[in-house]
Design a protein around this ligand. Structure first.
Ligand code: HEM
Length: 392
């Protein structure tokens, strides 16, 4: 800990490699910190992040959830998305999509996910070094969400390429080009698809979304397209990163890994701790609708505020000994899925995928190593994970 003002940029490669020391510094010395690089205020303490998430009237999502350069409006770049709306429209949209994204639909996926996990692991060369991301952590959630939507299997690879390009574009630096092209390609693809489902309903999420109705209201075409894109990006990059981060954390904690292999019933609680300890979504932004004073600092209406979930989850005010990975902790208050009205719609699905994946992995191999020297980190600030991770 230092007594000087910390320096924090979410896009600094050193921060991307290990953000936790600077988070600690922020929490202690600058709990309301202005990051010129992110063009945002940064909140790092658990109570402050939670309070902001609980107050969507003051902390709005309508101008986007990633910090952007001055003058850039994310909402002009993408079609309307649930995650970028405030009440009352958010309440209506969430109600509509929840009708299609039901717990029953998620639970019903378990056998399919199990088979997929086994198939992918059967193909991973057990004796050699293999890329955990491209062979397992990437394809698993991508195939699950594509199957759920009803996308044909032959289009899977294109999907993952578009989605990865989109998430890797860096809005804070104004690097939109490739990301927007990928979004446009996805919109075009989904448009044809929606028309097809309208004419020929199937038993899939896409059909359910087209027909979802609340008080005689349907999703508009733009809202449908925006939601498909959101599902694709939110639904697979994040889970990919949870799996990759988990492979690393468990390799670094062999005693915990052994306990999980011997006692698979501990895996669901371990997934919660993995989410807390190395959160796949490190932070998302809000825009203030009115001035706010916090810890003696005035933030103005219109300012962007970055809420650091990854730091909140390591705050010793909320979690004793927070830098210790402890599979017996049961961190019910962790905020890796956010909180409040925008709480992750796919949390149950992500938990199911992670549990199934870890069960199968640990049943087959109890002692993998990860090669961190050759690992390639994602360079997207808010999303924490790997583009490539060799295991052996
Ligand atoms: C480990 C995996 C995942 C993590 C860490 C994660 C994280 C998050 C977070 C932090 C939010 C809150 C956003 C905010 O407050 O602005 C969120 C929202 C959302 N997530 Fe996830 N997510 C994961 C997996 C999934 C999956 C598998 C899906 C869908 C298939 C999904 C779909 C969504 C959607 C649609 C929202 C927007 C909800 C709303 O605005 O009402 N996520 N997620």
């Amino acid at each position: 800990m230092t007594n000087q003002q910390p320096t924090y940029s979410p896009f600094d490669p050193e921060v991307i490699a290990d953000p936790y020391p600077v988070y600690r510094d922020l929490r202690h010395n600058a709990p309301v910190y202005w990051s010129p690089d992110a063009n945002s205020w940064v909140l790092s303490r658990y109570e402050d992040v939670s309070a902001a998430l609980a107050d969507p009237a003051a902390y709005s999502s309508a101008s986007g959830i990633f910090p952007t350069p001055p003058g850039v409006d994310m909402t002009e770049l993408f079609l309307p998305m649930l995650i970028m709306t405030d009440p009352p429209r958010h309440t209506q949209l969430r109600h509509l999509v929840s009708k299609a994204f039901t717990p029953r639909r998620i639970v019903g996926l378990e056998p399919q996910i199990q088979t997929l996990v086994d198939d992918l692991l059967d193909q991973a060369p057990s004796a050699e070094t293999w890329d955990f991301v491209s062979k397992f952590a990437g394809p698993l959630p991508a195939i699950v969400i594509a199957d759920m939507l009803g996308v044909p299997r032959e289009d899977r690879d294109r999907f993952r390429t578009w989605s990865t390009t989109l998430i890797q574009s860096n809005p804070t630096r104004g690097e939109f080009g490739a990301g927007l092209d990928a979004a446009a390609a996805l919109y075009d693809y989904f448009k044809t698809f929606l028309e097809e489902r309208r004419a020929h309903p199937q038993d899939d999420l896409m059909t359910a979304l087209v027909h979802a109705e609340v008080d005689g209201q349907h999703l508009s075409e733009d809202e449908l397209l925006g939601f498909c894109l959101l599902l694709l990006v939110a639904g697979h990059e994040t889970t990919t990163n949870l799996l990759s981060n988990s492979a690393v954390v468990l390799a670094q904690h062999p005693e915990s890994r052994r306990q999980l292999a011997d006692n698979p019933e501990l895996i669901p609680a371990a997934v919660e701790e993995l989410l807390r300890y190395d959160s796949p979504v490190q932070g998302l932004a809000r825009t203030l609708t009115r001035p706010a004073d916090l810890h003696g600092q005035r933030m103005n209406a219109g300012d962007t505020v970055l809420l650091l979930f990854g730091s909140a989850n390591r705050d010793d005010r909320a979690f004793p000994d927070p830098d210790c990975f402890n599979i017996h902790r049961a961190p019910e208050r962790q905020v890796a899925f956010g909180r409040g009205i925008h709480f992750c719609l796919g949390a149950a699905l992500a938990r199911l995928e992670a549990r199934t994946a870890l069960e199968a992995l640990l049943a087959r191999r109890r002692d993998w190593d990860v090669d961190l020297d050759s690992a390639v980190r994602l360079r997207s600030g808010p999303i924490r994970g790997y583009a490539s991770l060799l295991v052996h």
